[in-house]
Design a binder for this molecule. Structure first.
Ligand code: TRP
Length: 336
């Protein structure tokens, strides 16, 4: 194996512990994370501070903050090689967010599409946190001086704002922050709901959503009920426009087996949807089985998970506090 002398580029991303993880999260993102570690120095954190911008059930948030960690590890994210931590364990996030609040304009935040969407959706709770959410996100990022921030399309605007805030700050105080690039991964499939193949798979439609911890029976049932298409040819063929349901199932099958669409079409030629749907279900069941079993095993080992979070918080704090000290000094806070 060839050793590179260049230091690895750094990558950081946050995930809100706001819902249980599902096949769309897995095939679209998590599945590729484990490979990245060879090329990048990776930081992943659970953005629990962000999660409370929308009302949460405290016991549920607490449960998910641990169970998501277990699930990420079970999916192959090695805590020895990646820094995994909980945002609220590293106070520097909230501390830098306040400073950056003072370098972010009201107008900029008013233009954020996520703020507009969320304030329309949660009309009776348009809190200040929802408004300043992108500034906390900028703090999350800039504390770690990452080269890349892997995010979905919906978060790109927030990374753009982060760059603007960083550039503004740097233009006043010198090179304090590295200007990060958004990173839209090349690999990763976009998976749609099994009952709503026109919309992204989402926890809000549980019937069409396969959760990583679903039992084999649940998964089998969900695939049985998967929507196929009402076209007359009734054959397995990839055609996103006319056959979105079948095409979605083919994407899932292809990502998990490595088979091409052509190979899948041949495999199911003359067999129709009745054979295809359970076959996809079976592949998913077998793929998720070891993940579910490992996550369940880890959930019983709370001491281990706490230890991962503790070590992660220590490693993260070391990097974050270095940046925060620099910022405090630059803006003129008296240091003792
Ligand atoms: N806002 C992101 C989301 O909802 C989560 C997030 C919070 C994040 N802080 C971040 C992502 C920092 C990348 C970097 O998906």
């Amino acid at each position: 194996m060839e050793e590179t002398l260049q230091p690895k580029k750094r990558m950081l991303s946050g995930i809100q512990p706001s819902g249980d993880l599902h096949l769309g999260n897995y095939l679209g993102a998590i599945k590729n994370w484990a490979d990245r570690v060879n090329e990048y120095e990776c930081y992943y954190f659970m953005a629990d501070l962000h999660t409370i911008t929308v009302r949460q059930e405290p016991a549920e948030l607490r449960r998910r903050s641990l169970s998501q960690l277990a699930q990420y590890i079970a999916c192959g994210l090695d805590p020895e090689k990646n820094v995994l931590f909980l945002q609220s364990h590293v106070p520097a996030h909230a501390q830098l967010a306040w400073v950056l609040d003072c370098y972010t304009m009201f107008g900029e935040l008013s233009r954020m599409t996520q703020f507009k969407d969320k304030s329309a959706k949660y009309k009776d709770n348009i809190n200040a946190g929802l408004f300043t959410y992108p500034v906390l996100m900028a703090a999350d990022i800039l504390l770690y001086q990452p080269d890349y921030v892997p995010v979905g399309e919906d978060q790109k605007q927030h990374v753009e704002l982060t760059r603007d805030i960083a550039q503004r700050f740097n233009s006043i105080y010198g090179d304090v922050f590295k200007i990060p690039e958004p990173f839209i991964p090349k690999t990763g499939a976009r998976i749609y709901g099994l009952t709503t193949p026109e919309a992204k798979m989402s926890k809000s439609i549980p019937d069409g959503c396969v959760f990583l911890l679903d039992s084999p029976d649940d998964i089998r049932r969900k695939f049985k009920k998967a929507v196929t298409d009402s076209d007359t040819e009734r054959c397995v063929r990839f055609d996103k426009v006319n056959k979105p349901g079948v095409s979605n199932l083919m994407s899932i099958y292809s990502t998990l087996t490595g088979k091409t669409f052509e190979q899948i079409e041949q495999e199911f030629e003359g067999k129709g949807y009745g054979a295809f749907k359970p076959a996809v279900g079976d592949v998913v069941i077998e793929h998720l089985r070891p993940i579910r079993e490992e996550a369940e095993r880890l959930m019983k080992d709370k001491a281990y998970l706490n230890d991962v979070y503790l070590k992660g918080a220590q490693q993260a704090s070391y990097v974050a506090n270095k940046t925060l000290r620099k910022v405090y000094k630059k803006v003129g806070f008296y240091q003792i």
